[in-house]
Design a protein around this ligand. Structure first.
Ligand SMILES: Nc1ncnc2c1ncn2[C@@H]1O[C@H](COP(=O)(O)OP(=O)(O)O)[C@@H](O)[C@H]1O
Ligand SMILES: [Mg+2]
Length: 411
C-alpha cells in the first residue's frame, strides 16, 4: 500500500510495525519476496500488514499456505489470534478447517502444500506462502502461481533461505530485474527490535555457524559446508599422557564400503588423543583394533553406533570386557549429535588431531534440506570420521543443552 494508506491503517488499528516491516508494507508491487531470519516478524507481518488489510476489503479471497498441515495450522492460529482482537470482524471461524469469513464478505483459508488437491480451483486475491523454501517447485508452478492469474492476485512469499528452489529463483531474478512487478527484501533476525540482541547472541553460541547463517542471518549458502574449517582448532601432536584420565571414545563401525573409525577425546582437555581408520578387515580384527585403543586407558567409555551391522560387534566388544554404550542412530539423533559436535568445535571446547584426512572430511561434510529435515553427506559419501567424533562428543561433559537442540530441530 502507499505511504498515506499505510499511515492511516497503522493509526486506526494502533499498530507498531518495526522499521523494516514498514518498508515492506509501503511497497506497492504485486509480489513481495521476503527473505528474512527466524523471528524477524515474518508471520506477524503477513498477518497484520498483508492479510488483515485484504480481509477488511469486500469479497476478497486470501490463502495462507505452508509446507505441512501442522505448520499451516500453527500460522493460521497465530493469524486467528491477531484477527480475534478486532471486534465484530469475524462472522465465522474454524481452526480445524483453517477458515475465517469476515463481516466484509472476505475469506481466509489456511492450506498445506502437502495436499495439492486442496490447492486447485478458485482464483484468489492474495496468496501468502510461509516457509517457501520448503515448498516443492511443482506445487508452486502447477498449483499456487496459477491460482493468482484469474484475478491478477497479489503474492507475498516469505521464507528463511534453506534450499534453492523456486523461491530462490524468484528472489535472484527479481534482484536483477529492477523493472519487475516484484519487490525483494532481505533482513536478519537482528532487524526485529522486539527480539533482544542478547538472546540472539546466546543462540549464536549454541548453533552450528552454518545453520545460524541460514536461520538468523538469512544467507543463501553456496558451499553448504556444514563445518567452518577455519573455526576448528587442531592439535599438532599426539600425546600419551592421558592414561589416568577419563577418555571418551567414539566408534563408527563400517557398513560395506565404509571405514571403521575410532576417535578418542580427553574429558579434561577436550583434545582428540587417538585416531584410527580402517576397512575391509574381518570382524574379529575390528575388535582387536578397538582393543588396541581401549588398552591405553584405565578409565574410558566407548560410544558405538550399533545400528545395522553394529549390533553383533557390540556383543563381541562387551564379551571382551570393553566398556561400551551402544547408540542406535535415528535420523533425529544423528542430527542432534552432529549439531552438538559442531557447537563444541566452534566454541573451541574440543580440538582435533591435525591430519589431512580429518580436515578434508570436515571441510567436505555438507548439509542440505530435504522437505523440512536436514540431511548430511560426507566426502565421497564418507562421514565416518565426523560420525565417530560426533559419538565421542555425545558423551563429552560440555554437551549443549538439549533444550536448545530440540528448539532448533523443531523448526
Ligand atoms: N511489529 C511488531 N510488534 C510487536 N511484536 C512483533 C512485531 N513483529 C514481530 N513481533 C514479535 O516477534 C516475534 C517473532 O515474530 P514471528 O512473526 O513469529 O517471526 P517469524 O515468522 O519471522 O519467525 C513474535 O513474538 C512476534 O509477536
Ligand atoms: Mg513464522
Amino acid at each position: 500500500m502507499d505511504k498515506e494508506t499505510a499511515n492511516k491503517y497503522i493509526k486506526i488499528l494502533k499498530l507498531t510495525p518495526h522499521s523494516k516491516q514498514r518498508l515492506i508494507l509501503e511497497s506497492n508491487k504485486r509480489f513481495k519476496v521476503i527473505v528474512a531470519g527466524r523471528r524477524f516478524g515474518k508471520s506477524y507481518y503477513a498477518a497484520l500488514y498483508e492479510i488483515i488489510p485484504m480481509l477488511l476489503k469486500k469479497d476478497k479471497k486470501v490463502w495462507i499456505v505452508a509446507p505441512t498441515y501442522e505448520l499451516a495450522s500453527r500460522i493460521f492460529n497465530e493469524i486467528l489470534k491477531y484477527i480475534n482482537n478486532l471486534p465484530n470482524f469475524i462472522i465465522y471461524s474454524s481452526a480445524k478447517d483453517m477458515e475465517i469469513i469476515t463481516i466484509s464478505g472476505s475469506s481466509l483459508k489456511g492450506k498445506s502444500a502437502k495436499s495439492p488437491n486442496s490447492l486447485l480451483g478458485e482464483g484468489i486475491d492474495l496468496l501468502v506462502i510461509d516457509e517457501c523454501a520448503n515448498i516443492p517447485d511443482i506445487i508452486y508452478y502447477s498449483y499456487l502461481r496459477p491460482a493468482l492469474s484469474d484475478k491478477f492476485g497479489k503474492g507475498v512469499f516469505i521464507s528463511s533461505p534453506k534450499s534453492k528452489n523456486w523461491f530462490y529463483k524468484l528472489y535472484e531474478n527479481s534482484l536483477h530485474n529492477k523493472t519487475s512487478d516484484t519487490d525483494v527484501f532481505h533482513f536478519t533476525t537482528y532487524d526485529n527490535p522486539y527480539i533482544a540482541t542478547d538472546d540472539i547472541l546466546n543462540v549464536f553460541k549454541s548453533l552450528p555457524e552454518s545453520i545460524f547463517n541460514e536461520e538468523y542471518l538469512a544467507c543463501f549458502s553456496d558451499s553448504k559446508s556444514f563445518f567452518n574449517i577455519k573455526s576448528i582448532d587442531f592439535t599438532s601432536s599426539y600425546r600419551d599422557s592421558y592414561k589416568d584420565e577419563y577418555i571418551i571414545i567414539g566408534i563408527d563401525l563400517a557398513r560395506k564400503t565404509d571405514y571403521t573409525v575410532v576417535s578418542a577425546l580427553s574429558q579434561r582437555t577436550g583434545e582428540m588423543i587417538y585416531f584410527d581408520r580402517f576397512n575391509k578387515i574381518p570382524w574379529m580384527s575390528i575388535v582387536e583394533r578397538i582393543k588396541k585403543c581401549t588398552d591405553n586407558y584405565r578409565n574410558y567409555i566407548c560410544y558405538v553406533d550399533s545400528t545395522g551391522v553394529g549390533d553383533p560387534i557390540v556383543e563381541v566388544l562387551i564379551e571382551n570386557n570393553i566398556n561400551v554404550e551402544s547408540i542406535i542412530f535415528t535420523h533425529k539423533l544423528k542430527e542432534q549429535m552432529v549439531f552438538n559436535l559442531s557447537i563444541l568445535l566452534q566454541n573451541k571446547k574440543i580440538k582435533l588431531i591435525h591430519e589431512d584426512i580429518i580436515a578434508e572430511e570436515f571441510e567436505n561434510f555438507k548439509s542440505f534440506y530435504i522437505n523440512e529435515s536436514i540431511k548430511y553427506e560426507g566426502i565421497n559419501f564418507h562421514d565416518d570420521i565426523v560420525m565417530s567424533l560426533a559419538l565421542a562428543c555425545w558423551g563429552y561433559k560440555n554437551q549443549t543443552s538439549s533444550d536448545v537442540l530440540s528448539s532448533i530441530i523443531i523448526l
